[in-house]
Design a protein around this ligand. Structure first.
Ligand SMILES: [Zn+2]
Ligand SMILES: [Zn+2]
Length: 366
């Protein structure tokens, strides 16, 4: 059995506000949260812990239960004076109508929200945290493949880049692949002693941090090598430093063949969907989005692979509004590109969802 564990370390930071990325209520002082995404192979437990995390606050998990509130009730008008009336009506609908989103059910044992008492963050609260936003001189999302991407795994890199560029409507650049330095700290992988498992801390601070391009919002390292944070852990999905704007994620365990299945096109699709969800979710954190507790949403925390798999890849109206405010994307064009992306990559259900959503949005302005 596997047990997914999460650790979050809070380090004191200069008062930049950067650190409160997804815990606006948790602390009074500005801090940096180091996210560790641990998947530790434990012998006993069949569940728990996370695909990623920050430190808990003390709220009651029941507050994240099935109560349904309209997303618009605590939010601002879409007030761009450049928009014509019809476009304004469509934005109002898209950023407030929640009929295509499942309200987050009451957390059950094993669910992320059962063990992480997170609170809802309103749009005003989000804006009040001075979230990280693209600036004139810092607009790119950058991704760097680290180490080998054997065979077909390399095929996933371009779709991942393209997907991030659509979701955030920011130029997203795939940097040239780099080898893992021979002196990188590691240990033989428990599942195959001929493979090396690498320490995330080294990759974040020694490898990625010096490589963050001047014009990048963030640099995300992706690797097919297995990772671990320290000797107390068996393995980890990844780790990110919001202060340093870097993250490193291993995709090796997203492939069903890691668990003994035969390679197939279907497996590749499963793996790509997990990669897309992970990259979009983690990049969302880089734009200071917290976890979503209101709806089943891209920005939900997940305690396990199955919890991530069962959640949607779509952002709910709350999260979409924050993102749209942050990067200023054209909401309709973004949905159109997403529908096309899902269609081209064989994600029929997701393509249909977006197409139907777009129809409703357009109909709202008729
Ligand atoms: Zn997260
Ligand atoms: Zn959401």
């Amino acid at each position: 059995m596997e047990r997914l564990k999460v650790k979050a370390a809070a380090l004191t930071l200069q008062n930049t506000g950067e650190g409160r990325c997804y815990h606006p209520y948790a602390r009074e002082e500005a801090r940096m949260i180091v996210l560790r995404l641990f998947l530790a192979a434990a012998l006993a437990a069949a569940f728990v812990t996370s695909v990623d995390s920050c430190e808990d606050d003390q709220s009651d998990p029941d507050t994240t239960g099935p109560e349904k509130t309209a997303p618009g009730e605590d939010e601002q008008e879409t007030g761009d004076p450049q928009m014509d009336e019809r476009t304004k009506r469509m934005y109002e609908f898209a950023l407030n109508d929640d009929t295509d989103f499942e309200v987050m059910p009451k957390p059950q044992p094993g669910d992320w929200l059962y063990s992480h008492a997170e609170q809802h963050q309103t749009f005003d609260d989000y804006v009040g945290t001075s979230p990280r936003r693209p600036a004139d001189n810092r607009r790119k999302i950058t991704i760097i493949p680290i180490g080998d991407f054997p065979g077909r795994e390399e095929k996933l890199l371009e779709p991942i880049r393209e997907y991030c560029s659509i979701v955030f409507s920011c130029e997203t650049v795939l940097l040239p692949k780099e080898k893992i330095p021979p002196d990188a700290p590691g240990r033989p992988a428990s599942w195959d002693a001929s493979q090396t498992q690498y320490r995330t801390g080294y990759l974040l601070t020694r490898f990625l941090r010096p490589r963050v391009p001047r014009d990048a919002i963030c640099l995300l390292g992706i690797t097919m090598a297995d990772l671990y944070p320290d000797d107390g852990w068996n393995y980890v999905f990844g780790e990110a430093s919001l202060r340093d704007r870097v993250g490193v994620f291993s995709f090796v365990r997203f492939f069903p063949e890691f668990y003994g299945q035969e390679p197939s096109e279907e497996n590749l699709q499963v793996a790509l969907m997990r990669c897309l969800k992970t990259m979009a979710h983690e990049t969302g954190h880089m734009f200071s989005l917290p976890h979503c507790v209101k709806y089943k949403c891209l920005m939900n925390g997940a305690n396990s692979q199955s919890e991530q798999d069962s959640g949607p890849i779509h952002a709910c109206p709350y999260c979409l509004k924050k993102l749209q405010w942050n990067t200023g994307f054209d909401l309709l064009a973004r949905y159109e590109k997403l529908a096309q992306f899902y269609d081209e990559h064989g994600y029929k259900e997701e393509a249909e969802w977006v197409t139907n959503r777009l129809k409703k949005i357009r109909a709202s302005a008729e």
